[in-house]
Design a protein around this ligand. Structure first.
Ligand code: AGP
Length: 602
C-alpha cells in the first residue's frame, strides 16, 4: 500500500520527508514524490522507481521549505510513471495532495470535473481529490475538505497543502491509517509509525473523518461539523523494526493476519463495477474449448484449487501446468484455448515465458496479478488484480488467499455465462464468498492452539499433507509453506492414494496433516487417518466436522463453509502451523534461505 508523510515546522522539510519515505519502503512501492511550499509556490519532484531516483532528481531541483508532503506509491489505478506519482496538484497548482487508498467513485468525479473544463494530468483516482479540493476551495481549506470528504467514496488517508494557507498542513482519513506526530521541532502526519519514530513518540491515531490541522506549533482536531475534538496523545513504545511490522515479529505473521481484510477487498474489487469486473465481463468463455491455468509455486497451487472449482461449477475440464513445464512441452494450445496466468509479482520469468508461449500459439490470456503495471499485467489480454497490497514476506500468504477468491469469482461468473448455474445458485455462491472474510477471522482465533501444536512438531521427520478433492488441492500449498520456511521435508498426497505405496513411509515420528472439508468424503479421509495412526503417525485434523481427539489425533475445527471455498479457511491453519514451526526453530521466516520473493530468472 502507499506511504504518506508530511511535515510542518522550522526545519527544511525536504530531508525530513525523504528520510521518512525511506522508512516506509518496507510497505512496497513503485514510485515516490515530494512537494514543499516556498514563497507562494509548490516545489514538486516525483519519479517512477526507487527513492534513490527521487533523491537524484532532488539534487538538481533546488526545492526547500518548512511545509511539505511526501508519498511512496503502490499503484492501484494507472501504471507506475512520473505523472501518476504523488503528490497530485489541482490544475491551478494551488492545492497539493498525497493519498493512500482507493477512491471508488473517482470516475464519476473526474467526469463531472472534466465537464466543467478541469484538465487532468494523470490516470489516477487520487488526482480527483486535489482537483475537487481546488474546485471547492473558496478561502477556507477545512470547509473545502469537508465538502470533498462528503463526496468521496472508498478509502483514503490524505495529506493536503494549500498555497493560500501556507501555515497549515491538513489531514483526514477514512478506512486507511493516518497518524499525527507531535514534536518540539515541528509536527508530522504519516501512514505509519516508522516514518516519524526518529522525531517523536507522541502520536494521535486519527479516526475516520476526523480532520487534523497542523501548524508548526500545535495540532487541532475537528469533526465534519467543524466542531473541535479534544484528544490526548499516545506514546509509541515500539522499536523501529517492530514498527515496520506493525508490532508483529515477522511480516509473514502480519500478512497472515491481514487476510480477512485482503479477501474482503479483493471480493469487493471483483464484484463491484471496475477493472476486474470489466475484465471478466469482457471474456466470452463460450468461445473456448479448453482452459489451462499456468503459474509457479503458490500461484500454481491456487490454480489447482481453481481447477476443482471451475470443473465443479462450469463443467469444463481445466488443466493446471507449472509454467516452467508448460512453456517447453510444445503445449496443445490454440485460439480456442483460454490460458489463465496467476502471479503475485507479475514478473516471474517462467510465468512470463508461459504466457508469451500461449499467446504465440493463439491462446487468449487472462492474468490474475497483484502488482499493477507489472509485465504479466501489461502483456496479458485480460487482467484482474488481487487487492493484497505489497507482500513483503517471501512466503506468500495474503496474495495466495486473494488469488483463491478471485479464481472462485471467475468460476462463478463463467458458470453463470455458460448457463451451468442459475441466478439463485449464483446468488447463493456469492453469499458464501462474501461470508469468507468473517470466517477467516474466526479461523485466526485458533492461533494460540496452532502455536502450541507447532511447538511440539518441530522435530517431525517428515510431514504429509493429505486430503481429497479440494482438500487435496490445498494440501500442496500447505506442504510448500512448511518446506520453504521451516526446511522440514513434506509432501502433499491424495488421501486415497497413500495405500498405493507411500504409506510405507508412515511410522513413529511422522506427522500427517489431514484436511477434511468435503462432507461427502469425510468417511473416506477419516479411514486414511486411521490407517496412518495405526502405523505410528500423529495427525493434525483440519476439518469442518467434529471428531474425537486423543493423544494421536488433534482437531482444528473450521467454521461451516461451502466445500469449494473451504481452502480459503484451511490454508490459514496450514500457514500458521508452518509459521510457528519455523518460529520455534528460530529461522529467518521473512527471508528463507535460497529463496527470492520474485523469481525473475529461469
Ligand atoms: C510462495 O510462498 C513462494 N514465494 C513462491 O512459490 C511464489 O509463489 C512463486 O515464485 C510465484 O511467484 P509469483 O506469484 O510472483 O509469480
Amino acid at each position: 500500500m502507499c506511504g504518506i508523510i508530511g511535515y510542518i515546522g522550522e526545519a527544511d522539510a525536504v530531508p525530513i520527508i525523504v528520510e521518512g519515505l525511506k522508512r516506509l519502503e518496507y510497505r512496497g512501492y513503485d514510485s515516490a514524490g515530494i512537494a514543499v511550499y516556498n514563497s507562494g509556490a509548490f516545489g514538486v519532484v516525483k519519479r517512477k522507481g526507487r527513492i534513490a531516483e527521487l533523491e537524484a532528481s532532488l539534487e538538481n531541483a533546488n526545492i526547500f521549505g518548512k511545509l511539505g508532503i511526501g508519498h511512496t506509491r503502490w499503484a492501484t489505478h494507472g501504471e507506475p510513471n512520473d505523472a501518476n506519482s504523488h503528490p497530485h496538484l489541482g490544475e491551478k497548482s494551488r492545492i497539493a495532495v498525497v493519498h493512500n487508498g482507493i477512491i471508488e467513485n473517482y470516475k464519476e468525479i473526474k467526469g463531472w470535473l472534466q465537464e466543467k473544463g478541469v484538465k487532468f494530468a494523470s490516470q489516477t483516482d487520487s488526482e480527483v481529490v486535489a482537483q475537487l479540493c481546488e474546485h471547492h476551495y473558496d478561502g477556507d481549506l477545512m470547509q473545502a475538505v469537508i465538502k470533498v470528504a462528503n463526496i468521496l467514496e472508498g478509502s483514503y488517508a490524505l495529506g493536503i497543502m494549500c498555497l493560500d494557507e501556507p501555515d497549515i498542513l491538513m489531514a483526514i482519513k477514512k478506512d486507511n491509517p493516518l497518524i499525527v506526530g507531535i514534536s518540539d521541532d515541528g509536527n508530522f502526519i504519516a501512514s505509519d509509525v516508522p516514518a516519524i519514530l526518529p522525531h517523536t513518540t507522541k502520536v494521535h491515531y486519527l479516526n475516520d473523518k476526523e480532520i487534523a490541522i497542523l501548524t508548526k506549533d500545535d495540532v487541532k482536531f475537528y469533526n465534519m461539523d467543524s466542531e473541535t475534538i479534544h484528544r490526548e496523545a499516545e506514546t509509541i513504545t515500539w522499536t523501529m523494526e517492530g514498527a515496520e511490522k506493525g508490532g508483529y515479529p515477522h511480516f509473514m505473521l502480519k500478512e497472515i493476519m491481514e487476510q480477512p481484510r485482503v479477501i474482503k477487498e479483493t471480493i469487493k474489487n471483483t464484484l463491484m463495477d471496475g477493472a476486474n469486473k470489466n475484465a471478466i465481463d469482457s471474456l466470452d468463455i463460450s468461445h473456448f474449448n479448453k482452459v489451462v491455468i499456468t503459474a509457479c509455486g503458490s500461484a500454481c497451487y491456487a490454480g489447482i484449487v481453481g481447477k476443482y472449482v471451475f470443473e465443479r461449477l462450469c463443467r469444463i475440464s481445466v488443466e493446471v501446468e507449472f509454467a516452467s513445464e508448460f512453456r517447453y512441452k510444445d503445449p496443445i494450445v490454440d485460439d480456442k484455448t483460454l490460458v489463465i496466468v496467476v502471479s503475485q509479482s507479475g514478473e516471474t520469468a517462467d510465468t512470463i515465458g508461459a504466457m508469451r508461449e500461449a499467446k504465440k500459439r493463439g491462446a487468449t490470456t487472462f492474468a490474475i496479478v497483484n502488482a499493477v503495471g507489472s509485465t504479466i499485467a501489461r502483456e496479458a489480454d485480460f487482467t484482474a488484480y488481487t487487492a493484497a497490497g505489497p507482500e513483503i514476506a517471501v512466503a506468500s500468504t495474503k496474495a495466495f488467499s486473494a488469488q483463491l477468491v478471485l479464481l472462485y469469482i471467475l468460476a462463478i461468473r463463467f458458470a453463470q455465462k455458460l448457463g451451468k448455474i442459475d441466478d439463485i445458485k449464483t446468488a447463493e455462491l456469492i453469499d458464501e464468498i462474501n461470508a469468507l472474510p468473517e470466517k477467516a477471522t474466526q479461523v485466526l482465533e485458533h492461533t494460540d492452539y496452532i502455536q502450541k501444536y507447532a511447538a511440539g512438531s518441530i522435530n517431525s521427520k517428515s510431514v504429509f499433507f493429505i486430503g481429497r478433492n479440494v482438500d487435496y488441492a490445498i494440501s500442496f500449498e500447505g506442504s510448500l509453506k512448511l518446506k520453504e520456511i521451516s526446511y522440514i521435508h513434506s509432501e502433499a498426497y491424495a488421501g486415497g492414494e497413500l495405500k498405493h505405496g507411500t504409506i510405507a513411509l508412515i511410522e513413529e515420528g511422522v506427522l500427517v496433516v489431514a484436511i477434511s472439508c468435503c462432507p461427502s468424503l469425510y468417511g473416506k479421509i477419516f479411514s486414511n487417518v486411521e490407517q496412518v495412526i495405526s502405523r505410528g503417525a500423529r495427525v493434525l485434523f483440519v476439518s469442518t466436522e467434529d471428531t474425537k481427539e486423543d493423544d494421536k489425533l488433534s482437531l482444528i475445527k473450521l467454521p461451516p463453509v461451502h466445500e469449494l471455498f473451504s481452502p480459503s479457511l484451511s490454508v490459514i491453519v496450514l500457514q500458521l502451523f508452518s509459521y510457528y514451526v519455523a518460529a520455534n526453530k528460530g529461522l529467518d521466516i521473512d527471508k528463507p534461505r535460497n529463496l527470492a520473493k520474485s523469481v525473475t530468472v529461469e
